[in-house]
Design a protein around this ligand. Structure first.
Ligand code: ADP
Length: 919
């Protein structure tokens, strides 16, 4: 049509104005010469060349750059008259002197005369560069979108306005029966338990025309229950009514499972931490951890108590800040450096003044805490007060000089000393072995955390996409959250690198390089620290990814990222505490209420000879000698009642059948809600201490015995002198002699006390029972006491006669001891009140005073041998700390009990009970 119309244009004038006003570029060529005869402004605009360069010229002169591609086509038009036409041809054109890639749609159309001969050729051109670029960009972004959809595990769906009909757009069949549009999908796919919630959220989204977003349970294609995260956006028409919904659903079943696993792991770590804390707070040893800058990062309650500080004022501080003297701080700092350099434990002994106890001697051991790469990251230590042992060793040495008889014993002691030196060497070796075990368990921890990691791998996490050629980096929303990158900033590889923790930076870079190297690369999986954008917080992340290669070049590097800081800190925490426990010299054992052992440290292995493998899962009764089996239920009953059992001395049997003396401290382990879930037990080997005590009482026994003979003669001499003096009537001498007599009596009582102890210990004390009235005995003892003390008022409400069957002398000495203590530890003239009652087949005697009283922490110990309360008030009161010990032994041998109640400053009441004969 158009051609014909042009053909009838005879007039050049007319032709010219049609060409000029055309909205497309036109250029008319002579068909024989290909010279341009006419062209319009639009043509010049498109070609970017001036009129004079084209008009009158051979067409290929100005368009030499296009000649090769289109000359043949133009020639063909001239010869055959057939129209040539291209659509959006991409071609290079020199416009305004510059080479440009442009898109043009153009036509070469023949103009024929009436005879049908081609006389002219019209070139029509339209530029499409802008549209073509835009279209390409759209295609590219569609491709990217498609790639993202393929890469994501999300299901993409559309929904009818009322949510009844659903169509899965990518047809992956995530939901049940979703091949094609489905109606009633809600009842079929939403988990019945979440139906109500889902419906309510849909209703609200429909009402408010807002985004629907929800995590809920679903029935998956295979009928199994799962979790999904669904998000749908309403599409609105001009009126603002909803036409349909468009949404995505991701399967978060695995994530939910991991969240649970993570929560459980954290709870487990918490529980473990509480166990450790219960343990470390129960020991009298000092336990602590330093970081490599010599700051305390952990301090147990015994150490805090010694410093008189709280956790907050002590932890995070250095040695000097916590009151260590310069030499002492410098020494430990050197040792920390040594442990760090050698990864070996350091053991030492140190003496320094204690705030309240005077000069003390301590034995300590420092051991390295290793991280998962086997580097030392902290130093854990345990310190034990060995002053008593040392003191006694010294005393024993003195005694040997004075008493020939002990000489031989000393030889034995020296030998033992040598043996214990050997033991120390063995201990050191054992410590190294212990270290190895710790390493093994660290590996186990690593293995279990890698299992956890594997589980995490299968979930959908933060994702990233890196093009190693262009350096372009894309981070998903979750990924940005992990790094703390604000939404208005784009990540680049350089900023990512800057945010790798300085200590991890270099090796992480090397691993990335390795991953994108076609020789070594492919898979990539690392855990390292990052410094978050914005807040600068240090977090642990786990990154993994896959590199895609094309002809030996890495073209795409895609992967996931997960924040694992919580897991890391939990691991570090328990590694530290485990090190403390391993460094302890005491056996530390956890067990259930059924007496089944659940943990067993290195010292337990050393003391009892059984390995952890042999004992975990076994009953604690394996260690208890048969005749002591009755103790365990008693201990459990006390713990069930929430009490703590401290310094309970008993015997245990080792693997090689030896009986050893142990002191037990047992605490209940509670969960976060305070329920008792198990027990932690610290057993200290006190065989050595017991031996010391035996030596001590042998020594005292011997000395007392030696003293008894001269004292008996002295007493006899006084008796004789007294009789003679009575005849002389010298009142001064008589009085002096009476005083001497009293002193000799006191001394005799004292020496008898010591002798009793040593008899008690060697089992030579005999109870000789007889029947007597306890009230009478009390009266006798009061009379005797009144002879020596004048000012105190002793009150005793006589009770009805109560017959007991017991050793009258020994019960008498118990009563006399309680009365003399009541007077000794009370001010002059204070009242002492004695009562005697019967209850539940027992007689109970009490002695009450209004004296200084006893602090709760001492109350449990005053019945121990040689125990005396250390205080300014008691320092000047004479005593050896044996009266109450003897009393309690005597009463126990009668099947009775001794106990005391006291309020410091207000007074104490001592009780004892004796069973009444029932027959
Ligand atoms: P001693 O009196 O010889 O030191 P005991 O075994 O009789 O030894 O007593 C042990 C410790 O118990 C005493 O050192 C004292 O601190 C404390 N004690 C005993 N009886 C009383 C009391 N009635 N009031 C206050 N403290 C007491």
């Amino acid at each position: 049509m158009v051609f014909e119309w042009i053909m009838h244009l005879q007039d050049n004038e007319q032709l010219y104005s049609v060409v000029q006003s055309a909205p497309i570029g036109i250029c008319i060529l002579d068909a024989a010469t290909f010279k341009a005869e006419l062209l319009n402004d639009k043509f010049m605009e498109i070609t970017g060349k001036p009129q004079e360069a084209i008009i009158g010229k051979w067409y290929w002169d100005p368009f030499s750059e296009a000649r090769e591609a289109y000359e043949a086509a133009l020639n063909n038009v001239a010869q055959t008259g057939e129209t040539f036409h291209t659509d959006e041809a991409e071609l290079m054109l020199v416009r305004h002197g510059r080479e440009e890639m442009i898109f043009v749609t153009f036509v070469y159309a023949a103009v024929m005369n009436t005879a049908g001969k081609v006389t002219r050729i019209a070139v029509w051109a339209i530029e499409n560069t802008w549209q073509a670029q835009k279209r390409r960009a759209i295609i590219a972004s569609e491709e990217r979108l498609r790639a993202l959809i393929t890469a994501s595990s999300d299901v993409i769906y559309s929904l009818s306005a009322d949510w009844e009909v659903m169509r899965e757009l990518d047809g992956r069949g995530f939901l049940k029966d979703t091949h094609g549009p489905i109606t009633g999908w809600r009842t079929r796919n939403v988990h019945p338990d979440d139906m109500e919630m889902v419906n309510a959220t849909i209703d609200e989204a429909v009402r408010k025309k807002q985004i629907f977003q929800l995590e809920h349970r679903v029935l998956r294609a295979d009928g199994s229950p799962g979790w999904t995260f669904s998000r749908a956006v309403p599409v609105l028409d001009d009126q603002g009514d909803i036409v349909e919904w468009f949404g995505t659903a991701s399967d978060i079943t695995e994530r939910k499972r991991i969240e649970n696993a993570l929560r459980e792991a954290r709870e487990q770590a918490d529980r473990q931490k509480r166990v450790y804390e219960a343990i470390t707070s129960g020991t009298p040893d000092l336990m602590y951890v330093w970081d490599l800058d010599y700051h305390f990062t952990y301090v147990n309650s015994a150490l805090l108590a010694m410093w008189g500080k709280t956790w907050d004022t002590a932890v995070g501080k250095g040695l000097r800040e916590n009151g260590y003297e310069e030499w002492h701080a410098a020494m430990h700092e050197r040792e920390i450096d040594q442990v760090r350099a050698t990864k070996k434990p350091v053991r030492g002994e140190v003496a320094f003044p204690h705030a309240t106890l005077g000069k003390r001697i301590y034995d300590y051991i420092l051991i390295p805490v290793l991280n998962e790469r086997g580097e030392v990251e902290a130093v854990a230590g345990t310190t034990r007060d060995i002053t008593e042992r040392k003191l006694w060793e010294e005393k024993l040495a003195q005694a040997s000089e004075e008493l020939q008889a002990i000489n031989e014993e000393m030889v034995a002691v020296n030998e033992e000393q040598a043996a214990s030196n050997e033991e120390l060497t063995v201990t050191n070796e054992e410590l190294t072995a212990m270290q190895q075990r710790l390493e093994t368990s660290n590996h186990e921890l690593e293995a279990s955390s890698s299992r956890l990691r594997m589980a995490i791998e299968s979930t959908r996490l933060g994702t990233w996409d890196y093009d190693p050629r262009s350096g372009a980096l894309y981070w998903s929303k979750e990924c940005r959250e992990v790094y703390g990158l604000p939404e208005d900033q784009n990540p680049t590889f350089a900023t990512f690198s800057e945010h790798i923790h300085p200590e991890d930076h270099d090796w992480v870079q090397r691993r990335i390089q390795k991953a994108i190297d076609p020789e070594t690369g492919g898979h990539y999986e690392l855990s390292f620290r990052i410094v978050r954008f914005g807040d600068g917080e240090i977090r642990w992340i786990k990154v993994q990814g896959t590199v895609y290669f094309d002809q030996g070049q890495a073209i795409r590097f895609i992967g996931t990222v997960l924040d694992i800081t919580d897991i890391k800190t939990a691991e570090e925490q328990s590694a530290k505490l485990a090190a403390i426990i391993q460094s302890s010299d005491d056996a530390i054992i956890s067990k259930t209420f059924e007496s089944v052992i659940t943990s067993w440290n290195a010292a337990a292995e050393r003391i009892f000879g059984y390995t952890a493998g042999e004992m975990i899962g076994e009953s604690i009764y394996k260690l208890i000698p048969e005749e002591l089996h009755y103790e365990e239920p008693q201990i459990l009953a006390r713990l069930r009642a929430g009490q703590r059992v401290q310094h309970f001395e008993t015997k245990r049997r080792t693997r090689d059948g030896r009986l050893i003396d142990v002191s037990l401290t047992i605490s209940p382990v509670k969960d976060s809600r305070g329920n008792i879930i198990g027990l932690s037990k610290i057993a200290r080997d006190i065989t050595e201490k017991k031996l010391d005590e035996t030596r001590k009482s042998d020594f005292i026994g011997m000395v007392s015995h030696e003293l008894k003979t001269p004292l008996t003669s002295l007493s006899a001499i006084i008796q004789v002198t007294n009789t003679k003096l009575k005849a002389s009537g010298d009142s001064f001498l008589m009085n002096a002699m009476e005083k001497a007599n009293q002193q000799v009596k006191r001394m005799t009582t004292m020496i008898n006390g010591f002798l009793n102890i040593s008899r008690l210990e060697s089992g030579k004390i005999h109870i000789e029972k007889q029947s007597f009235d306890i009230g009478e005995l009390i009266t006798d003892m009061i009379d005797e006491a009144s002879l020596t003390v004048g000012s105190n008022q002793i009150r005793f409400e006589r009770c009805p006669p109560i017959e007991v069957n017991a050793d009258r002398d020994k019960i008498g000495s118990v009563i006399s001891n309680l009365i003399s203590n009541a007077i000794k530890y009370s001010p002059m003239a204070a009242a002492v009140e004695i009562t005697c009652t019967t209850r539940d087949g027992q007689v109970i005697v009490s002695v009450k005073d209004e004296g200084m009283g006893i602090k709760p922490e001492d109350l449990g110990k005053i019945f121990d041998r040689y125990y005396r309360v250390e205080a300014a008030q008691t320092r000047h009161i004479a005593g050896f700390g044996i009266g109450l010990y003897l009393s309690s032994e005597i009463i126990q041998r009668h099947g009775g009990k001794v106990w005391a109640e006291s309020e410091p400053g207000a007074g104490s009441t001592f009780y004892f009970s004796l069973p009444l004969e029932t027959d």
